[in-house]
Design a protein. Structure first.
Length: 490
């Protein structure tokens, strides 16, 4: 008999009809009730058995984590907690799970720490928390493609191996087939990369943006959605060495259009999750509440998960410049009382997550988009603003670029982008100022000679969005197999 998924089955009303389900045993109580899950939903189906009808040897093999196939009538449930259940007529054990082995793993049905679950990432999909997280992750990926497809964007696959450093931060992983113990050397005694696989130095990409721009300057509206890599040694709850990024790039869009796109896009994705992941969100919300209870009062999150998602969909994002933000921050209570870890002294320094969160959670109590950052702390490709920002009393300002960062509660920066420098002479100045080698980006520079137009885009860190939507506290828990400093297991 063809198997039916548990999600579909639970949406049916009982008919007495025979069904077959397959899955993993979550619990087996009183030799009578089996809770079965197949990962299609957070909910288990209850199987009711008459133990007298089954062989004792078979029943002994139905243990937590074992895989079974069940056939029986789908009936109205007698007990509380579920509307339907299956009255088993046939039981088959597909894969045994020995209790002594299970008890050494996170499959043992008790509370395990997230750290412990990370050490057994190969098994953690079986837990309620991770099955919920990865279904939400999937829903978000689907919403992203649907959003852009419906708007006529072209999905562009940009390369993973590149010879350029798009962000110019020098945080790249080298790709090479040279023998590390005995690499070929040139006359100056340096490694001769012309002998390497690609005939030049290559790395894993930090961003698909530069290539996406080439696409946008012909197809008008493109987006990328792929893996990106950063060898930054930041062991934080918001950084991964390998993460997925979505980068829309749109010809003829200025910075305001770019902000409109980011706001509309983020609201769409979060609405999709609210509408399509109700059971998983309800589970994750309870999980978060339980976790918060174990924290000291002053460290607890103020919003419940679903309220936090509605905080994004129901509010208009506040838009202000970096210069305005600095003025607010330096006069803020936590700055004056030296509560910030990094105190805001003046104009020109980059903002930390604590500052971004203060603006969102305390000052405006709305999502925030900051714009027009100092040119020195942003990337070479950003459009140079024609005028200096208006300084506040006692503030010394410098040149800015048409950058934007989207800030969310609990996270800080979730997306960052800009209007791009479309003027050839200005772009060359940016390239030189940041010490980028022109020969690594000559193809990028050329687009500014052939029908250059204003254009804009941004990058959304996919895992930061999943982190936000699931209420998880650590980015390592929203990607199946996290890559972080000193960690590439599995
Ligand atoms: O701000 P970033 O560095 O911007 C870019 O890469 C641009 N090329 C994007 C563009 O304009 N097309 O990165 C974009 C986003 C960040 O806002 C953050 O959400 C995420 O990528 N991100 C990371 N996520 C996880 N781990 C890391 N190490 C990340 N670094 C950036
Ligand atoms: Mg950024």
């Amino acid at each position: 008999m063809k198997r039916i998924k548990i999600k579909e089955l639970l949406e049916r009303s009982a008919t007495g009809k025979e069904v077959t389900v397959k899955g993993w045993v979550k619990a087996f109580r009183s030799r009578r009730f089996i809770a079965l899950n197949d990962g299609s939903t957070i909910n288990n189906v209850q199987i009711v058995i008459d133990f007298e009808n089954f062989n004792e040897n078979l029943l002994a093999k139905i243990t937590v984590a074992s895989a079974i196939s069940v056939t029986g009538a789908l009936v109205q449930s007698q007990g509380a907690g579920q509307s339907v259940e299956i009255q088993a007529t046939t039981l088959e054990v597909l894969g045994e799970a020995h209790p002594d082995e299970v008890s050494k793993t996170i499959l043992q049905p008790k509370r395990h720490t997230l750290e412990k679950l990370r050490e057994q990432a190969h098994l953690r999909f079986r837990t309620n928390t991770f099955s919920a997280v990865f279904r939400v992750r999937h829903a978000l990926a689907f919403a992203i493609h649907k959003y852009f497809n419906d708007k006529g964007f072209v999905y562009l696959h940009t390369p993973i191996v590149t010879g350029s450093d798009a962000e110019g931060a020098g945080e790249m992983f080298r790709v090479s087939t040279l023998d590390p113990a005995n690499p070929p050397k040139n006359e100056e005694g340096n490694i001769d990369y012309s002998k390497d696989f690609f005939g030049k130095e290559t790395n894993l990409t930090v961003s698909g943006q530069l290539e996406a721009e080439l696409g946008a300057l012909a197809l008008s509206e493109v987006y990328t959605f792929g893996p990106t890599f950063r060898a930054e040694n930041s062991n934080t709850t918001r950084h991964l060495a390998e993460f997925w990024m979505i980068e829309p790039e749109v010809a003829f869009n200025d910075l305001n259009d770019n902000m409109d796109l980011a706001e509309d896009f983020l609201k769409y994705c979060i609405t999709h999750v609210l509408e399509n992941c109700t059971d998983d969100l309800a589970f994750l919300e309870t999980r978060l509440k339980d976790e918060e209870k174990s924290k000291p009062q002053d460290q607890r999150a103020e919003m419940a998960l679903i309220d936090k998602l509605k905080f994004i969909t129901d509010n208009e994002f506040v838009r202000l410049t970096y210069t305005e933000a600095i003025d607010i921050l330096r006069n803020s209570k936590p700055n004056k009382k030296k509560k910030f870890e990094y105190l805001i002294e003046g104009w020109g320094t980059d903002l930390q997550s604590e500052h971004e969160r203060f603006l969102v959670e305390k000052k405006f109590q709305k999502p925030v988009i900051l714009t027009n950052y100092p040119a020195d702390i942003k990337a070479f490709y950003m459009r140079q603003d024609d005028e200096l920002p208006e300084a506040k009393p006692g503030m010394e300002v410098g040149p800015t670029v048409s950058a934007m960062d989207v800030l969310f509660p609990g996270i800080g920066e979730i997306a960052g982008g800009s209007q791009r420098e479309e003027r050839y002479e200005n772009l060359i100045k940016g390239v030189n100022k940041f010490g980028i080698e022109e020969e690594t980006v000559w193809w990028y520079l050329e687009t500014r000679k052939f029908g250059t137009v204003p254009h804009s885009g941004f990058g959304l860190g996919f895992e930061r969005l999943v982190l936000f939507c699931t209420g998880m506290g650590n980015i390592r828990d929203v990607i199946p197999f996290p890559r972080t400093p000193n960690n590439a297991e599995f």
